[in-house]
Design a protein around this ligand. Structure first.
Ligand code: PHE
Length: 462
């Protein structure tokens, strides 16, 4: 079967940016900024992007683009070219792990998607504007305990995602990215202008522009490593989730990407869009929270409990709530599409079935995972692993372990074993300076493994 591909550079960039921009940017980044001291967190995040994530992104996309294959066989194909040993091990830790991580993500992402859809519908009907301040928390609580609503809204999302993926790379996935991403950014800009012109927004902006040195380790009792480590690992984990790094998704999208297009420029554009989305989300959410007199540290409930209250207090709040939850929905769809495409591509290659059959299989497996996660989370079934409900467990396993292990594998694979074919592939479309090669080598061999190792160790001991 001939491998499908993207029809243009922008198709690739916007689709990969669509995978990257999601709930992680809109919901997680702002509350982490709140928890880890505003600008201190942003600066550490940007540094990590430059030092660790940029080379890793180039590496992941290049592995797919060089091998033109799925997340598992790519390691074997490149390894065979260079006469590498232990190919099964690379495929296991790089490929099978990423497939496992993606299925974990699919299982819990549709649950979060169900909340997004529910709030969007409440915004459409106007009901969200009428819930009293005290009841907003109850509203969210009772939603999370309601199996039927969460399950049915999640299934709607699952079906919509499957329809896009069945449409194919060009007609389904690429078109969705090309049409939805501009709309998404338009809403982002509209909302940030509104947020910046709120009464009392300055306090929020001040917060975002102030470095809180304690989170960088400079505490009242002198320098301490622990707070700095905490900020560092939070920012590193966030950067991975946000860029969808280490899930094999970029690898698969890379395998659809023309070898003639400049990879560096494309990666920079994806990172630019993703970072803008995160910063704009912080600009939208934090000033709004401050202007409503609330604390920016209120954590995950920010989007579903605190923000509705902000909208209620705004002139034309109904419109702004609608715009915000629409933004959240679009961002979620483009991410679930990428999660869904990765195993679909794997099944097409490995089981030699049509795209339609492969997508049905993915739907079945992720549907089962989603059912279990929702039943456990809503309390319908008393399923727990290590004392955690399945939602918390899957989220924890995927974001802390699988993505980190896959990224570590990619860094070592390219850094120590496959530098030659990868650089050769990048050279086909861009000038590779000796400075870049050195930076690529040093980060992949030393800096990224060190950072990722630290993340793993911190996770184990937490
Ligand atoms: N990048 C997405 C976000 O920021 C999350 C995601 C992770 C999507 C992994 C796909 C795969 O929300």
């Amino acid at each position: 079967m001939k491998r499908e591909n993207f029809s243009s550079k922008w198709g690739f960039i916007l689709t990969a940016a669509g995978s990257a921009v999601g709930l992680g940017n809109i919901w997680r980044f702002p509350y982490l900024c709140g928890q880890y001291g505003g600008l201190s967190f942003i600066l550490v995040y940007l540094l990590i992007l430059l030092l660790i994530c940029n080379p890793l992104m180039v590496a992941e996309i290049s592995i797919g683009r060089t091998a033109k294959s799925n997340c598992i066989d790519s390691y074997r194909l490149i390894g065979e070219q260079t006469g590498m040993k232990h190919l099964g091990l690379w495929s296991f830790f790089g490929g099978w792990f990423s497939a496992f991580g993606v299925f974990l993500c699919l299982s819990f992402y549709f649950l979060v998607a169900s909340w997004v859809l529910y709030y969007f519908l409440e915004a459409v009907s106007g009901k969200l504007m009428l819930i009293s301040q005290n009841n907003l928390e109850n509203e969210f609580q009772s939603l999370t305990q309601n199996f039927t609503i969460q399950y049915s809204s999640g299934l709607i999302f699952l079906l919509a995602t499957a329809v896009v993926v069945i449409g194919g790379v060009r007609k389904g996935i690429e078109k969705t990215g090309l049409y939805l991403m501009p709309v998404l950014f338009l809403i982002f800009i509209l909302l940030s202008v509104r947020a910046l012109t709120l009464n009392g927004a300055e306090k929020g902006i001040d917060f975002l522009l102030t470095i809180d040195k304690t989170h960088l380790g400079f505490t009242a009792d002198g320098f301490r490593w622990t707070p700095l480590f905490k900020t560092f690992t939070a920012a590193l984990g966030q950067a991975f989730i946000s860029l969808s790094l280490g899930f094999g998704i970029l690898l698969v999208y890379g395998s659809y990407f023309s070898p003639r297009e400049n990879l560096f420029k494309s990666v920079r554009s994806i990172e630019f869009f993703d970072t803008m989305a995160a910063l704009l989300s912080a600009i939208i959410i934090i000033p709004a929270i401050f202007s409503a007199g609330m604390s920016a540290e209120s954590g995950p409930g920010l989007t579903f409990i605190s923000l509705p209250l902000v909208f209620q207090q705004l002139n034309g709040g109904h419109f702004w709530a609608l715009a915000f939850y629409l933004l959240l929905m679009l961002a979620t769809v483009t991410s679930t599409v990428s999660l869904f495409e990765m195993p679909t591509n794997l099944f097409i290659d490995k089981l030699k079935v049509s795209r339609f059959t492969a997508a049905l299989l993915v739907m079945l497996i992720s549907g089962l995972g989603f059912t279990a996660v929702t039943a456990s989370f809503s309390g319908l079934l008393d399923w727990k692993i290590f004392g955690r409900d399945l939602f918390t467990f899957a989220d924890w396993l995927a974001s802390t372990y699988t993505a980190t292990i896959v990224s570590l594998t990619m860094a070592l694979f390219v850094g120590y074993k496959a530098m030659k074919p990868i650089i050769h592939n990048i050279r086909r479309s861009a000038h590779v300076s000796s400075g870049f090669t050195r930076y690529f080598l040093v980060t992949l061999r030393y800096i990224a493994p060190l950072g990722l190792g630290l993340l793993l160790i911190m996770a184990v001991f937490n």
